[in-house]
Structure formats: C-alpha cells, structure tokens
Write a protein that binds this ligand. Structure first.
Ligand SMILES: NC(=O)c1ccc[n+]([C@@H]2O[C@H](COP(=O)([O-])OP(=O)(O)OC[C@H]3O[C@@H](n4cnc5c(N)ncnc54)[C@H](OP(=O)(O)O)[C@@H]3O)[C@@H](O)[C@H]2O)c1
Length: 285
C-alpha cells in the first residue's frame, strides 16, 4: 500500500485533501498538523520519517499570513524556508517523493502575459520571498519533488476571500473591492484532486508546475460572482489598490500559464466560476 504523509493537515488545503481521501482507498493517508508534527522541529521531522514507512509527503504546512509576514519575517522564514528544508531533507534521506505547494506571489506582477515556469521569480513581499526560498531549498536537496504554484486559494474550509466576502455581507450593505489586481482563483478541492492524480499515476515528471483554475479576473469580479451565485444583494464599489493600502505589496498581475501541467499530467482545468459554484454548494451544505 502506498503511504502518503500530509503535513499542515488542519489548514485549508489539508482539509480539502481529507475530504476526498476516501476516493483513494488504495492510499494510506497519515494526517499531521502543527500539534502532531511541527515541521520546524528538525528532530521531530526526522524521527517521524524514521518511524513510519512513507512513500509520498504532501506539504500543506505554511506560514500564510501575507500581511503579518512583513513584520514577522523570522516566523515566516522559519516555517516557509527552514521547515520546508526539514521536510525535503527527510524526504531525501528516506526516499520519499515530495509534493509542495507554493504561490503566484513569487512573481512581481510586472508581466502582462501569463507567467510560465520559466519566468524568473522576483517576489515583492516577505511571504513571497520566503516561499521562493522554500522552493529553492527543495530544488537543491531533493530530486523527486513536485512544486505546485497556485493562486488565490479558497474553499469551504479555513479563512479565505470567498468566506470573508460572505461574512462581511452579513452586516453591511455596501462593500469596496479592488479592481486593478488580476489573477485566477483556485478552488482548493480542485488542487487536492490534482495532487492525488500525481500520486495515483506515480508520476516521475518531477519539477515546478503552475496550477490555478482557468480564466482571469480581478478581486472585484470575484466578489461580484460570489454574491451573484449566492443570491446576496449588496452594493459593490470597484476601487484601485491605492485606496486599500496593506502592509504587504501584492502583484497587480499574477495570472499563471498552466500549459505545462495540462500537457504533462494530462489534466483538464475547471473554469473558475464553475469551481466557485461547487465550493459555494459545499459551504452551504
Ligand atoms: N491561501 C492562499 O490564497 C494561497 C495562495 C497561493 C498559495 N498558497 C499556498 O498553498 C498552501 C496551502 O495554503 P492554505 O490556504 O491551506 O494555508 P493554511 O490554511 O494557512 O494552512 C497552513 C497550515 O499550516 C500550518 N502550519 C503553520 N506552521 C506550521 C508548522 N511549523 N508545522 C506544521 N504546520 C504548520 C497552519 O497551522 P496554524 O494555522 O495553526 O498556524 C495551517 O494549518 C500553502 O503552501 C500556501 O503558501 C495559498
């Protein structure tokens, strides 16, 4: 039986992986969270790998508070670089294949056409910088790795843009949303499926891949669709980034080219609005 370790399993992606794990009865899944396996603890990570027979490790553990990271560089680095390095070293030592999730925020957003895996990253905030350094650690340590860069992740779990919009709409009748940052939302349930597909097919096409849902929109477009699909009536104002200053700068354009993962893994990518609808149905269940 193939054994798959999922780190950071209490997070949004980890929970989406848990939700569909029953579809893959041939896989033995081990879910660990920060309390059961802190990836920044080198000894604990090595001991876990030594005492369990693991074939694959999906690393969902990350420091994801983009704005907080600006003033908390040390902790963001500890998890996204040092923790990732611990996992990669353990994978290397025990011959485990690693699937790691990274971000569109490794790019500066200055391009005007979708970013490919060959584009040179140039992060403009601390979170993106630490995620890029984490990618680099894996690339240096471990051959058998898949780094999947994704963007604007949301789901029925955890806290994310979709849930924040719906929560804010509960006690407001007007909201202002940025309309000059462009990207693609990604339903974490779709990403979880792709991750399982890589494992099931025992893919050996190691390397870095871009994966988001299909299409390209602004945060304003995304919020409009969230409310329309949820039958929530609210007045939406489109505002520029300059009207909503945040501690961390964000790329104004982070659309990713997904050709590589489509061709290499033979997958179809759902259009963002279709996936949003599925996520909203799950949320309301
Ligand atoms: N969310 C997005 O919009 C987005 C966009 C692009 C890429 N990504 C990437 O996608 C991946 C999954 O994101 P997500 O939305 O699922 O994030 P998430 O919900 O914040 O989950 C991350 C999980 O990692 C845990 N964690 C933090 N430090 C840890 C440690 N030292 N050891 C073990 N676990 C630790 C967190 O626990 P605590 O909550 O208790 O700290 C949390 O449960 C991440 O790599 C992220 O960088 C996310």
């Amino acid at each position: 039986m193939t054994t798959v370790l999922v780190t950071g399993a209490s997070g949004q992606l980890g929970q989406c992986i848990k939700d569909i794990a029953h579809q893959f009865p041939a896989l033995n899944l081990l879910f660990v969270d920060k309390n059961t396996l802190d990836i920044t603890n080198t000894n604990d990570v090595l001991e876990f790998f030594e005492t369990h027979t693991i074939d694959w490790c999906i690393n969902c553990a990350a420091y994801t508070a983009v704005d907080n990271a600006e003033n908390d560089h040390e902790n963001a680095y500890k998890v996204n670089v040092f923790g990732v390095k611990n996992i990669a070293q353990a994978c290397q030592k025990y011959d485990v294949k690693m699937i790691h999730v990274s971000t569109d925020f490794v790019f500066d957003g200055l391009k005007t056409a979708p970013y490919t895996e060959l584009d040179i990253p140039n992060p403009i905030n601390i979170y993106g910088e630490t995620k890029l350094k984490g990618e680099n650690e894996i690339q240096q340590i471990l051959e058998k790795h898949f780094i999947i860069r994704t963007s604007w992740l949301y789901s029925e779990h955890g806290s994310n843009f979709m849930k924040t919009m719906l929560r804010l709409a509960e006690d407001r009748d007007e909201l202002s949303v940025i309309d000059d940052q462009f990207g693609t939302p990604t339903y974490a349930g779709d990403l979880a499926q792709i991750i399982f597909q890589i494992i099931q097919t025992n893919s050996k096409n190691y390397g870095t891949f871009h994966y988001s849902n299909d299409g390209a929109i602004s945060w304003f477009d995304f919020s409009k669709a969230i409310f329309e699909l949820s039958d929530v009536e609210i007045k939406l104002n489109a505002i520029p980034t300059t009207s909503y200053p945040t501690p961390a700068k964000r790329p104004i354009y982070s659309i990713m080219d997904k050709s590589k993962i489509i061709v290499t893994m033979g997958i179809e990518i759902p259009f963002w609005e279709k996936s949003l609808n599925r996520a909203l149905i799950k949320l309301n269940k």
